[in-house]
Design a protein around this ligand. Structure first.
Ligand code: MG
Length: 245
């Protein structure tokens, strides 16, 4: 069921999004060569505790950490651990927090030190594709309009969009209806004012196919090419969508 949020509910999600941003700012400052990914995970948990929010991903369907940290050819759902970040890595940080009963779920990808020209372009294209998708997200349009805009932009730049993982509705639950694919699948549901959705393009330099690591969580590109990921939560309005997180 697709839920329409009240003005009061949207305000809570807006506040949640601000807390998300404050925590992510702290984490991002520490994304550098020599840092182990579990250190970033612990930092996020400390910052969340200070602000009185719950980490949404911890134990979600059994996920063992607070953040999803996915490096280079890892697309999403990377588990923080002993991995030491290196100069030239690209790192996707995906985080969910819960405040007053509502979730924020968003992601960024950042490069460490000197990254390749191709990875730099990949990050730019992925972030821009998210903006292209958001630009289509208005009352009366369809979910498929968002999907189409993302896919068209990414493919026009020679990269590919992941098919097996999609964006989603968000609110009292981390994942709600509707699904928001990053590739054209048909029109899908109509967007209405007060719907809150997470749009999250996952973009690969090479092919769109994926594989799952033996840990049963980390999703990687099948061909070993780099992947980037950006995610925003938005609320549908009559005009331009508002970014909540
Ligand atoms: Mg998400």
């Amino acid at each position: 069921m697709i839920t329409i949020k009240s003005i009061e509910e949207v305000e809570v999600m807006r506040q949640c999004g601000r807390i998300w941003a404050a925590i992510m700012e702290k984490v991002r400052e520490e994304v550098k060569a020599g840092v182990k990914t579990h250190q970033l995970d612990a930092l996020a948990a400390r910052e969340a505790k200070k602000r009185g929010v719950i980490m949404s991903f911890k134990n979600y369907q059994g996920f063992p950490a607070n953040l999803c940290i996915s490096v280079n050819d890892e697309i999403v759902h990377g588990i923080p651990g002993e991995r030491v970040l290196q100069n030239g890595d690209i790192v996707s940080l995906d985080m969910g927090v819960k405040f007053k009963g509502f979730h924020s779920d968003a992601a960024i990808t950042v490069g460490i030190g000197e990254i390749s020209k191709q990875n730099k372009e990949l990050i730019e294209v992925t972030e821009r594709s998210l903006k292209e998708g958001i630009a289509q997200a208005k009352s009366g349009a369809y979910v498929g309009d968002i999907s189409c805009a993302i896919q068209d932009y990414v493919e026009s730049r020679g990269f590919s969009v992941v098919r097996e993982y999609t964006g989603h509705g968000i609110g009292r639950n981390l994942h709600e209806e509707p699904q928001v694919p990053n590739f054209y699948f048909g029109k899908g549901p109509r967007l209405r004012k007060g719907m809150t959705i997470a749009i999250e393009p996952m973009v690969n330099v090479g092919g769109w196919r994926t594989r799952v690591a033996p840990n049963n969580w980390t999703v990687l590109t099948e061909d070993g090419s780099s992947s980037a990921h950006f995610e925003h939560d938005i609320v549908i309005t009559d005009g331009e969508a508002e970014v909540l997180a």
